[in-house]
Design a protein around this ligand. Structure first.
Ligand code: SAM
Length: 263
């Protein structure tokens, strides 16, 4: 397996619970964000949606329940399989493939009304790859369709240089588990270098009286807001919605962009 896929697959546990406990705040935030932007989807007549970094399929599940036709892809084979399982469990039929966003235009012949790339997945790509990813998202979006992107504002994130970031905690009463998750971060001096993330999730199953410790490490890139905006303009995209929030991921910028490209 190529190194990049390996690194990503090792960092994100494809166990639905592990992933959801690590990103609980982001998942909760995503639901309120989708509610907030639903009128934009209606106005632009969105019917088909692809999530190009779908992980365990949370956004796809939500959007399918709202009546959209959903498709998904993820770099990680494990994640693509986990999303398929999770959606099948809810009797949702969705085509989910393994694909790097950098090749998604070669791996699907369709174009979609809405193309999603959320959860700061851009941070897994270097600056040049981030541009190519944005071009590809536009390539698979129908004309007058929408691209929905979110990413951390790298400049603010780097300026704050947090060493620890609480990710989530709570009591999952349905599965009888208490969880606590956080990142340990190491920031370089230069914003053009990678920062290091160690993720830690502690899960206590109080039915079986068992502890589980899930951890991973990876290096990531700061996403420079202006460089993303420039690439959106290069693709003739028009920003319809912009929100800065710290509810899910710190310094998260969410953008919905209208695709004005004619081919
Ligand atoms: C933090 S998760 C975000 C998941 C989901 N989009 C969300 O917002 O909850 C990042 C996901 O991006 C995927 N990913 C990372 N690099 C990718 C790439 N180059 N192409 C496609 N998916 C990628 C990872 O495998 C992981 O499932």
């Amino acid at each position: 397996m190529d190194n990049k896929i390996n690194d990503i697959s090792n960092f994100y546990s494809a166990e639905n619970g592990d992933f959801n406990y690590l990103y609980k705040d982001h998942i909760d935030f995503s639901k309120t964000l989708f509610e907030e932007v639903e009128l934009i989807f209606k106005e632009y007549n969105v019917k088909s949606v692809i999530d190009c970094c779908c992980a365990v399929g949370n956004d796809l599940k939500y959007l399918s329940q709202k009546g959209y036709d959903v498709f998904g892809s993820d770099l990680s084979f494990d994640m693509a399989n986990a999303a398929t399982r999770s959606l099948n469990n809810e009797n949702i039929s969705a085509k989910i493939i393994q694909s790097d966003v950098l090749y998604i235009n070669e791996n699907t012949e369709e174009k979609f009304d809405l193309v999603i790339f959320r959860g700061n997945a851009l941070g897994h790509l270097n600056n040049d790859e981030q541009k190519r990813a944005i071009d590809n998202l536009f390539r698979i979006t129908k004309e007058k369709g929408l691209v929905f992107l979110d990413f951390r504002d790298g400049q603010t994130y780097h300026r704050k240089r947090k060493k620890i970031e609480l990710r989530g905690y709570g009591n999952d009463k349905q599965h009888k588990k208490i969880y606590f998750s956080f990142y340990i971060l190491k920031h370089p001096k230069s914003i053009f270098e990678q920062y290091k993330i160690k993720s830690k999730t502690l899960i206590f199953d109080y039915k079986k009286f068992r502890f589980k410790y899930v951890h991973g490490k990876i290096e990531a890139n700061y996403v420079i807001f202006d460089s993303i905006i420039d690439r959106i303009k290069y693709n003739n995209g028009q920003i319809l919605f912009k929100k800065t929030s710290s509810d899910g991921f710190p310094e998260l910028q969410s953008l919905i962009i209208l695709n004005n490209r004619s081919k």
